[in-house]
Design a binder for this molecule. Structure first.
Ligand SMILES: [Zn+2]
Ligand SMILES: [Zn+2]
Length: 324
C-alpha cells in the first residue's frame, strides 16, 4: 500500500511521523481518546522505518527477545533479583551465546515465519508482567517515557547508520525495543483485541486517507488531528447562528461569540481557535444547565436542548484532540 510512495521518503520524514503518531497515542491513552487507530498508525510508521533500512523486524524482535528477557535470560524476567545480570551468574559471552541459540532454534524450526503479530504481544507481556502492574498503579506515564527514550535512541542509531559510523544491527535492536514497548502497551490496554485484526480493520479499504490500495497521497497530506480546522470553526459558527434564532434573549451574547470565531478563523492559529472555542463551550454549557434546571423560561425548550447537545458534542470532539 505504501511501498511505492515510501521509496521517495527519507528516514527523517518517516521518523518525524513516527514520533507524531506515538505522541498522539500517548495522549489518546491519557485522555481515553481513539487509541486503537493511534496504535496502528504508530506501528505502521515504525514498520516503515524498519523497511527503509531493510530490517526484518520480526527477526530483529525475536533476536532481542527470543521468548526471554535479554538481560536475565528468563521469562518472566527476574532482573529485579539479578540486577539485570544473567541468572545463574552466567558470563556475558555465554549469555549472548544462549540468547543466540534460542533465536536460531526459533528461526530454524520456521517458528518465526509462522508467528503472527499477536504472539509478540503475548510474549512481551509474559516476559515483563511488571509492565502491566506498573501501568495499573501509576498509569501510562512510565511506559510512555520508556517508549520516547527508545525513540531517541532509534534516531541516534539511524543517524549513525547514515553517517557510516554505526551498524544496522544496532538500529534493528533499537527498533525492536520501540516495538516491544508498543506491543506491551497494546497488550495492557486492549487485552481482548487482536492487534492483527485491528491492522486488517484499519486498512480494509486501502489507505484510510486516499482510499486507494496503492496510496496516492502527497507528502505531508496526513489529516490533522490536533488543530481545529477552518471547517470546524465554520461549522461552529453556523450552529451558533442557528441557535441565536431560537434563543432570542441571548442573541447579543451569541453574536459576540460568532465574532470571536470569525476572528480566530482570520488569525488562523491554534491558540486563537482554542480561546474562541473554549469560550463558546463555556457559554453553551452554562445555557444548557440553566435550561435543564428550568431557571430560564423560553419557548421551544426541547428544540433548544437538542441544538445545544449537538454543538456541545461537536466541540467536545474537537477538544478531545487538544493537549491543553
Ligand atoms: Zn530480565
Ligand atoms: Zn493515501
Amino acid at each position: 500500500m505504501y511501498g511505492e510512495s515510501n521509496i521517495n521518503k527519507n528516514p527523517d520524514y518517516i521518523y518525524s511521523f513516527l514520533v507524531r503518531k506515538v505522541s498522539f497515542l500517548s495522549r489518546a491513552i491519557l485522555r481515553e481518546g481513539e487509541y486503537e487507530k493511534s496504535f496502528i498508525q504508530s506501528l505502521s510508521w515504525l514498520f516503515t522505518l524498519a523497511s527503509k533500512f531493510d530490517i526484518n523486524l520480526n527477526e530483529a524482535f525475536y533476536k532481542k527477545f527470543p521468548d526471554s528477557c535479554p538481560y536475565c535470560l528468563k521469562s518472566p524476567c527476574e532482573c529485579v533479583q539479578t540486577h539485570k545480570q544473567p541468572a545463574g551468574n552466567l558470563a556475558a559471552y555465554a549469555a549472548r551465546h544462549e540468547l543466540n541459540e534460542k533465536f536460531l532454534s526459533l528461526q530454524n524450526n520456521n517458528t518465526l515465519s509462522r508467528r503472527a503479530i499477536d504472539k509478540a504481544v503475548i510474549n512481551i507481556n509474559d516476559i515483563y508482567p511488571s509492565n502491566g502492574a506498573v501501568w495499573k498503579i501509576f498509569g501510562s506515564f512510565y511506559h510512555f517515557s520508556r517508549i520516547f527514550e527508545e525513540l531517541g535512541e532509534t534516531q541516534e542509531a539511524y543517524s549513525a547508520v547514515i553517517k557510516n559510523s554505526g551498524n544496522v544491527s544496532n538500529l534493528a535492536e533499537e527498533i525492536a525495543d520501540v516495538a516491544a514497548w508498543i506491543f506491551s502497551a497494546w497488550g495492557i490496554k486492549c487485552q481482548k483485541r487482536s492487534l492483527g485484526d485491528a491492522f486488517k480493520d484499519y486498512y480494509l479499504d486501502g489507505c484510510p486517507v486516499c482510499k486507494k490500495n496503492v496510496c496516492e497521497c502527497d507528502s505531508y497530506s496526513a489529516r490533522s488531528e490536533s488543530m481545529a480546522t477552518e471547517k470546524d470553526l465554520e461549522q461552529i459558527k453556523k450552529q451558533l447562528n442557528e441557535l441565536s434564532l431560537l434563543l432570542d434573549d441571548k442573541s447579543a451574547e451569541i453574536s459576540e461569540l460568532v465574532k470571536s470565531i470569525e476572528d480566530a478563523m482570520q488569525a488562523n492559529t491554534t491558540l486563537d481557535a482554542k480561546r474562541a472555542v473554549t469560550q463558546t463551550d463555556g457559554f453553551l454549557k452554562k445555557t444548557q444547565s440553566a435550561i435543564e434546571s428550568g431557571t430560564t423560561t423560553v419557548e421551544n425548550t426541547a428544540k433548544i436542548a437538542t441544538a445545544l447537545t449537538t454543538i456541545i458534542a461537536f466541540i467536545d470532539k474537537i477538544k478531545d484532540g487538544w493537549l491543553n
